[in-house]
Design a protein around this ligand. Sequence first.
Ligand SMILES: Nc1nc2c(ncn2[C@@H]2O[C@H](COP(=O)(O)OP(=O)(O)O)[C@@H](O)[C@H]2O)c(=O)[nH]1
Ligand SMILES: [Mg+2]
Length: 352
Amino acid sequence: MKVGMIGFARSGKTTVFNAITGASAEVGTYGNREANLAVIKVPDDRVDKLSEIFKPKKKTYAEFEFIDIAPAENADNNNALDNAALNLLKNADALVHVVRAFKDENVMHPLDSVDPARDVQALEEELQITDFIIIEKRIQRLEKERRKDQEYDLLIRCKEHLETGNPLRNLSMNPQEETLLRSFTFLSQKPMMLLGNYGEDAIGNEDPARLSKTAEEQNLKQIEFCGTLEMDVSQLPREEQADFREELGLGEESRIRFIQFAYEMLGLMSFLTAGEPEVRAWTIRKETRAVDAAGVIHSDISRGFIRAETVAYNDFMDAGSMVKSKENGKVRLEGKEYIVKDGDMLLFRFNV
Ligand SMILES: Nc1nc2c(ncn2[C@@H]2O[C@H](COP(=O)(O)OP(=O)(O)O)[C@@H](O)[C@H]2O)c(=O)[nH]1
Ligand SMILES: [Mg+2]
C-alpha cells in the first residue's frame, strides 16, 4: 500500500509524516526539493503467532509506504502540486490530504488564511483539472485517429463527470472499465482521506474550524491529528511515549491510529502465507478474488493460477499444524473466483 500525502505548503505534511513513520525529516524548510519516503509495518499478531510455529527464516508484516511530496516548485503560488509531485503520486494507491486547521501567525498559508473547507475544495479541483487535461488530450488524439471505441466512450463519460465538479472516484464503473482506465492513474480516481491537522488547543475541544461538515459534504472521511504534538512525542525515547500520550490525552499512537483508519476507510484486509522460508501478511482490498490475491505476490502466480489451498487462521491455530488442519477437514481447495477472507492462510498452486 502506497499512500501519497498531499496538501498545500505548510499544512504540516512533513510533520505528520514524521509523526506516523517515526522519521525525522526536516519540517518547515523550502530549500529542500526532495520528497520524503518511509515505510511502516502493520502490526499483526497472527504473523507473530505463525512465526512461533513455522520458525521461518523471515517474518514480514504488511507495509504502508508513505510519500511526502516536496513543496511545490513555487510553494507560494496557489497550487499544492507540481509536476514532480504528480509523477510521484501516480504510483500511490491512496491519497491523504493533510488539511491545515492549526492557527499559527508565524506559519504563512499560501492562500493567506486558515480555511480548511476552502483547502479541501481547492485541492479537489486541482486533482480534477489535472485529470481533465489528460482526458481532453487523449480524446483529441482518439478523434484524430477516428477511434470511437470503448475507451473513447468511457473517456467522454469521465470528462462529463468532471465537468459537473465531481472527482472520478465517485463515478461508478464496471471492472472492465476500471481496467481500461488503470494505466491513466487518474488522481481524482484514487481513494482519498482527509487528515485534519489541528493545533494543540483543539484537543478535547469542539473547534469551529473542524472539518467534519466539509468532509461529510464531499463524501470523504477525516482523521483528526495534532501534528506538531504527535511529532514531538514520536521523537521521545520509546519507553517515555506512553506516559506522555496519556498525560496529554492523545489516545492511541498515531501510527496505529492511522493504520486502523486507512484499513477501514480503504476497505483493506490481510491474508497470510506461511512456510519455512517466510511467514508473511499481505494487504488486499475486501472482496478480492483468489486469482487477484495471487497477483499481489507475483504476476506469474496469478497467470499460472491452478488453485489455492486455504485454511482460516483460527482453524489452523486450533489444529496447531497443517497436517492436523487437513485431518480436521479445514483445508479447502479454492479456485480463481474464491473471495479471500481476512486471515485466510493461502498456498497457491500454479503453473508457468
Ligand atoms: N502550531 C503548529 N504548527 C505546525 C503544525 N504542523 C505543522 N506546523 C508548522 O508548520 C510549518 C510547516 O510544516 P511542514 O510539516 O513542513 O509542512 P509541509 O509543507 O506541509 O510539509 C512548520 O513550521 C511546522 O512546525 C501544528 O499542528 N501546529
Ligand atoms: Mg514538507
